[in-house]
Design a protein around this ligand. Structure first.
Ligand code: AMP
Length: 138
């Protein structure tokens, strides 16, 4: 399957749609997930276009993992989470809903069950505060 540049993350990368940005450089954008599975759910999005891990350039994948590690540590510090889950879905039957490669960084809190993938929308002010708090840990 081919890459469709009309996907929502491509629109965010082009600045056509707003996002709660945590970090951005030439290679990647990091933002808050607006339908978070837990408080602090963050997405790491390489800028180079690919649908998912299956069609990604290996060089993109090797560059993004150190950033995922950095973001995971910052999310953990900012949210005081007890653990971090790293998740990545490939194609719709596996749960992928946005077809531009992204890696989920999902905080886990002891005793708190995780929300559903693609659940309710978070409060904008809370997302803005979280984005700032995570960015401050970078
Ligand atoms: P996936 O199902 O792995 O493709 O993940 C897509 C993720 O993007 C889901 O967790 C959605 O909650 C999230 N999402 C969808 N639209 C937006 C948006 N406009 N801004 C931030 N996150 C979004």
């Amino acid at each position: 399957m081919s890459y469709d540049p009309s996907n929502i993350f491509a629109k965010i990368l082009r600045g056509e749609i707003p996002a709660h940005k945590v970090f951005e450089d030439d290679t990647a954008l990091v933002m808050m997930d607006i339908f978070p599975q837990s408080r602090g759910h963050t997405l790491v999005i390489p800028k180079v276009a690919s649908r998912n891990l299956l069609d990604a350039d290996p060089a993109t994948l090797s560059a993004v993992i150190p950033l995922v590690q950095k973001i995971a540590k910052a999310v953990m510090a900012a949210t005081k989470a007890d653990g971090i889950r790293i998740v990545q879905f490939n194609e719709a039957p596996a749960g992928q809903t946005v077809f531009h490669l992204h890696i989920h960084v999902i905080p886990v809190y002891e005793g708190v069950s995780m929300g559903a993938h693609g659940g309710g929308q978070a409060d904008n002010a809370e997302l803005a505060t979280l984005a700032k708090a995570i960015a401050a840990q970078l």
